[in-house]
Design a protein around this ligand. Structure first.
Ligand code: MN
Length: 425
């Protein structure tokens, strides 16, 4: 399928610096606030935010069946209910208005000046209100690494290559990039057989993930096939699934992660549409053994997305601890969504589906400190002489993600958060 808004030749009348995450070929959607006004839908271009609500009020989106309440809204959910085809058309229209060959909006902006805001002047909000959140476990390198720490002879469980393993997570504690959170407290055991103690986690970790966000799916009881899946996926964000490893180890049997994960997850503010990512599709590794028919798919469904994690400790520069790529995923988004719905489970606009930790098959490609420091046995040395086995109070973890091809860079911006000391009990 040809998507006109993705044409590498397009140029905007808005200046876009080389290396920007947000050229005219990207146009991700988000929710922004300017100068205390109520939150609105925005689209990023270069170092600016286009006020989509203002575009609508000024008549530039006539014929798109949009309402003021969809666009002056704390979340994208209401807008997303128009579905894939209309969101694609909206992105196409905004692309037209921003092209250097089109002066309509440019002239309006010069006269009225209330369409564009410098990114530095706005506050970005959570892009969606996720009703539900699933976290998958779909990187074979990550699953093998973690499995081998606990079961050296048998790292992958028998089900792993037959279905995309996942669990239902917590959506209420998702935070947009930039919002700090407190180190969680909980039960841990020092060594097997001991009684548990209570206190701040000593093994706070990040998980490098990407998440996809769905449109409304089908009614309860109906399935979404791998072939249909892309019609129900709006776009992707960067996702940090903060994890407390010591709490996790004690609590996870037999029902999986609970309080070790649900205290915070950080999300990047710009939703990059699946349409904008189409040029970066690629084939993944062949799945062996062959999966059941409902998980089979045709075409190239993996995505080439570069990923970098850095840690910034107080009074120091960011230090890159991981370089990975989303192409390393074993299970695709389409398979994840087909599996999520194969029992008739329904999905809704704004739901979030995180990939699981994305580890690449080289030692600085591991997407968590659990793997990078091998359970804390090989601490990372930082340039100022400090070491890190796990995240300490005051540390900031930043994840960046971008795709690049034919001179076009489609970036996600970043997700970052600082860890604050535990709240005293
Ligand atoms: Mn995770």
């Amino acid at each position: 399928m040809k998507i006109a808004a993705n044409d590498p030749q397009l140029k905007s009348w808005i200046p876009v610096e080389a290396g920007s995450d947000f050229p005219i070929q990207n146009l991700p959607f988000g929710i922004f606030q300017y100068d205390g006004r109520s939150p609105r839908v925005g689209v990023a271009i270069g170092a600016f935010v286009v006020d989509v609500y203002a575009l609508h009020v000024a008549g530039f989106l006539d014929g798109f069946d949009l309402t003021e309440s969809m666009l002056q809204n704390a979340y994208l959910n209401d807008l997303m209910r128009v579905g894939k085809i209309k969101m694609r058309a909206l992105r196409e229209r905004i692309s037209e208005l921003l092209r250097d060959s089109n002066t309509d909006l440019q002239e309006y902006q010069e006269v009225h000046g209330d369409i564009l805001y410098p990114m530095t002047d706005v506050r970005m909000c959570m892009p969606v209100l996720p009703g539900d959140y699933t976290d998958f476990y779909s990187s074979i390198v990550h699953a093998t690494n973690v499995g081998s720490m606990f079961r050296p002879d048998n790292p992958l469980m028998p089900n792993w290559k037959h279905l995309p393993v996942g669990y239902h997570g917590r959506s209420s504690s998702m935070l947009v990039s930039g919002v700090p959170f407190h180190r969680p407290m909980g039960q841990t055991i020092v060594k097997d057989g001991d009684n548990p103690t209570f206190g701040p986690t000593k093994q706070l970790d990040f998980e490098l993930e990407m998440a996809f966000i769905t449109f409304d799916g089908k009614p309860l009881g109906q399935r979404i096939s791998t072939a249909e899946a892309d019609d129900y996926i709006f776009g992707m964000v960067i996702f940090n699934d903060w994890s407390a490893r010591d709490i996790q180890r004690w609590e996870y049997v037999p029902l999986g992660p609970f309080l070790s994960k649900n205290f915070a997850s950080s999300v990047s503010p710009w939703v990059v549409t699946l349409d904008a990512l189409e040029p970066f599709r690629m084939a993944g590794d062949k799945q062996e053994p062959e999966v059941l028919p409902y998980l089979q798919f045709t075409g190239e469904k993996h995505l080439d997305i570069n990923l970098i994690v850095s840690i910034t400790i107080p009074d120091a520069e960011p230090f890159i601890v991981c370089e990975s790529n989303y192409k390393n995923m074993y299970w695709t988004m389409e398979q994840q969504l087909a599996h999520q719905t194969v029992n008739g489970c329904n999905v809704r606009a704004g739901d979030m589906y995180a990939s699981g930790t994305i580890s690449a098959p080289h030692p600085n490609g591991y997407g968590s400190l659990l793997e990078l420091t091998w359970r804390g046995t090989k601490p990372i040395s930082l340039p100022n002489g400090q070491t890190r086995s796990f995240i300490e109070d005051g540390d900031i973890v930043t994840i960046q993600a971008w795709s690049e091809k034919n001179g076009v860079r489609i970036g996600f911006g970043e997700v970052k958060a600082q860890v604050l000391p535990a709240v005293p009990f």
